[in-house]
Design a protein around this ligand. Structure first.
Ligand code: FA5
Length: 352
């Protein structure tokens, strides 16, 4: 029986060597220490042994049992360590890996153009003046020398706002940034009505026109108005300012032209065109086959407008202009259709 116990111990220990996970260890425990194991069978037979053999075999059986339990505990602990190490290997954090880029928002192309326009005019000494989007007929038209029922109003079809308003002075969404000229001049001249200070401002903002949307015209677009009023301002100041602006905005070699035009609030009036970027001046659908793209309207401030702003036209003169950042952005980035700006198409916006 002692030999049988030796064999049980040896078999069990060499089988334990082969076990390599917790599941295998459990089946080993059932096989060698469980109720139906050969070792337990030895304990069961102890009672039938001759009395004098019982103590030695009983002691030896207990030793084998304790030794196997000890080895099982050691092996269990060892396997736990191996599994832990394996888990650490696979879940290892590599701090040298580059992080995932956070996707950032970006500036709308019109905002980029506006910022460049502000910078150029700031360098020339113009300050930014913000006027309102909802205007009265009086400021949008009448004070700018558009008399009621004057056909020039049809140049800018308006979005009127329903509600209560004075007769002949309805509310509307401004059709251009020019009403800001009157608001600014009135504010400046109110400070010193006898000798109003000179004005040198730009007035950026959204404008709204109830007109056919095409590749060149939107019903909602931005404008940047410019206004300079002083005692010695001439048309050459206007030409010099805008020619310099064109060079800084589009580059030294840009071809531009001043073309005589008409606005009720300037006299004389002009429009400025830049050579068409699509056809290089040959003529195409974008430039209506003229080879030129209009980017702004301008002129010398009409005496009636100066008067309405609180500036005596026998002492003061001024120039004004209104440019279209959408048209300028189209030129800078070679964009062929103005409708992309408001289409919210991420494939378009991601290019800027
Ligand atoms: C005006 O709105 C005048 N208030 C400009 C002005 C100011 C003249 C001061 C004299 C003195 P006009 O309607 O031409 O003018 O518009 C000026 C510029 O706004 C155009 O050259 C163009 O660049 C832009 N613009 C006009 N209509 C649209 C439109 N529907 N969509 C996009 N841009 C437009």
């Amino acid at each position: 029986m002692l030999e049988q116990l030796e064999k049980i111990e040896q078999d069990a220990l060499s089988a334990l060597e082969m076990m390599d996970d917790q599941e295998a260890l459990e089946s080993w425990r059932v096989a060698y220490l469980g109720r139906s194991s050969p070792l337990m069978a030895v304990f069961d037979q102890l009672g039938q042994l001759p009395k004098d053999e019982r103590p030695a075999i009983g002691r030896r059986a207990n030793q084998v049992k304790q030794s196997l339990e000890l080895k099982l505990d050691e092996k269990t602990e060892k396997l736990k360590q191996v599994e832990l190490r394996r888990a650490l290997e696979t879940e290892r954090l590599d701090i040298t890996l580059p992080g995932r880029a956070v996707s950032l928002g970006r500036l709308h192309p019109i905002t980029k153009t506006l910022r460049k326009v502000y910078q150029i005019f700031a360098e020339m000494g113009f300050q930014v003046y913000l006027s309102r989007d909802v205007e009265t007929d009086e400021y949008n038209f009448q004070l700018l020398n558009f008399p009621p029922h004057h056909p020039a109003r049809e140049m800018q079809d308006s979005f009127y706002i329903e509600g209560e308003f004075e007769e002949d002075n309805p509310l509307l969404l401004r059709t251009h940034t020019s009403p800001g000229q009157i608001r600014a001049m009135r504010e400046y001249s109110a400070a010193n009505p006898q000798d109003p200070p000179p004005v040198r401002i730009i007035l950026p903002g959204m404008c709204y026109r109830h007109e056919q949307v095409t590749a060149r015209a939107e019903s909602q677009f931005t404008q940047v108005e410019g206004l300079a009023v002083g005692k010695t301002i001439t048309f050459s100041d206007l030409k010099g300012t805008l020619s310099d602006f064109n060079k800084r905005m589009f580059g030294e070699n840009v071809r531009s032209r001043f073309r005589a035009s008409y606005f009720p609030f300037t006299e004389p009036s002009a429009e400025v065109d830049i050579e068409c970027f699509v056809c290089g001046g040959e003529g195409c659908p974008v430039c209506k086959r003229t080879g030129w793209l209009e980017i702004l309207g301008c002129g010398m401030v009409h005496p009636i407008v100066l008067q309405n702003g609180g500036y005596d036209p026998s002492i003061y003169t001024g120039f004004a202009f209104g440019l279209g950042p959408e048209r300028i952005t189209m030129l800078c980035y070679r964009i062929e259709d103005i409708r992309y700006f408001w289409a919210n198409d991420i494939r378009f916006l991601e290019q800027f």
